[in-house]
Every structure is written in C-alpha cells, then in structure tokens.
Design a protein around this ligand. Structure first.
Ligand code: HEM
Length: 188
C-alpha cells in the first residue's frame, strides 16, 4: 500500500479535527449571541454535527498513531493523558482535549435527562478543550511551520478570542442588569 502513509494520515486527521472543532466551538459561541430563529437553529445543528465529526477525526488521528512505527506509542500512552515520555506535555494536552470533548458531547446528548445548570457547567469545558487542542497542534505538529497551517491557527484563534470576548460582555451585561433590577426592586 505505497499510496497510504500512516504519518500523513495522522497529520491530516489532526488538522481536519482541529478545523471541525474550531467551527463547532466558534459557531456555538456565536449562536448563543444571536436571536433564536430558524437560521440560528441551523447554526446550532451545524455546531453539534461539526463537534461530533471533529471528535471522530481526533479518534482516528489517535488510533492511527498506534500503527506508526516512528515513535511506537503504546495504547496506554495514547489513551492516558501525560503517560507518554515522548513530548509528554503537548501529547498529554491532546489526549486531555479528546477526553474533555467526549464528556462535552455526551453531556449534550443527555440534555433531556441532565439538569440545564449541570449541562451548562460541563459545556464550559469546551474552552480548555479548544485551547488544549490549539497548543497541542501548534507545538507538536510537523506542519506548524507551513504558512497555510499557521494562518489556520491564527484565524481560528482570533475568531475564538473575538467570540469569547463578545460572549463575556453579554454575560457580564446581563448580570449587571439583573443586579440593577434587584436594587431597584428593593428601593421601591
Ligand atoms: C481534540 C483532540 C485533538 C486535536 C484537535 C488534534 C489536532 C492535532 C493537530 C492539528 C496536529 C498538527 C498536525 C500537523 O501539524 O501535521 C496534531 C499533531 C499531533 N497529534 Fe493531535 N489532536 C488531538 C488529539 C490527539 C491525541 C489524543 C493524540 C494521541 C494521544 C494526538 C497525537 C498527536 C501527535 C503525535 C501529533 C504530531 C503529528 C505531527 O508531527 O505532525 N493528538 N494534532
């Protein structure tokens, strides 16, 4: 199978996973800022589907590494965060991101039986999941020096930061308003 390179496939699956994860995380934050209408419902669906596909590509990315003989990772090194001595930190962040993503996705599927408050708390894990996978790709990836991949990281990171700042502003504004209403109620 000379046309199939495990190493190239590992890298491609990692990059596809990161792109899908970025779309899901950034799309999800923007969707929470937009009015609830039909277009937003489509964005929500896109957010969920890209999250799941991002997860499965990350699983493929990890599973293929088992068959790569260059480093020769064992299953435990691949599955348990920070268990590998080779690139311990950057590899560990990737494994942690994958487990975190699994928890977020499963909790979203269990929304009907989970209290919304708990679902929301778990959903905040997407922030470290995204940051861990960004650092993991940036510092571990062979392709980080290629201009197109650096542009991908810069574009994704910038959009993530803008979305997060807007979301925090809305959350803080809402809190301040609620506080104001409470004070006004007490004084009347
Ligand atoms: C959400 C989870 C993950 C995402 C989004 C992700 C994404 C990425 C990206 C974008 C790269 C850079 C590829 C390149 O530059 O060629 C990469 C590299 C790498 N990842 Fe992951 N990864 C994840 C999880 C994992 C896990 C669980 C492992 C194994 C335990 C792993 C092992 C590796 C290795 C060994 C490399 C270096 C490949 C190279 O030299 O290019 N990753 N990953």
């Amino acid at each position: 199978m000379s046309w199939f390179s495990i190493w190239e496939s590992v890298r491609s699956a990692g990059i596809v996973s990161f792109v899908l994860l970025s779309i899901s995380v950034i799309g999800g934050i923007f969707s929470s800022l937009l009015p609830k209408n039909q277009m937003n419902a489509r964005l929500q669906m896109f957010h969920q589907i890209s999250g799941w596909f991002g997860f499965w590509f990350a699983v493929l990315h990890m599973a293929l590494l088992f068959f790569d003989e260059y480093v020769g990772y064992t299953w435990t090194e691949l599955i348990i965060p920070f268990a590998s001595t080779h690139e311990k930190l950057w590899l560990g962040l990737g494994t942690t991101a994958l487990w975190g993503l699994a928890v977020v996705l499963i909790s979203s599927d269990l929304l009907k039986i989970l209290k919304r408050k708990w679902w929301k708390r778990i959903h905040f894990l997407t922030i470290p999941v995204y940051l861990f996978s960004l650092l993991h790709g940036l510092f571990l990836g062979t392709d980080t020096l290629s201009p197109s991949i650096v542009s991908l990281y810069v574009l994704s990171g910038t959009l993530f930061l803008v979305a997060l700042i807007l979301r925090l502003r809305v959350a803080l504004w809402g809190k301040a308003n609620r506080g104001g209403l409470r004070v006004r109620k007490r004084t009347t």
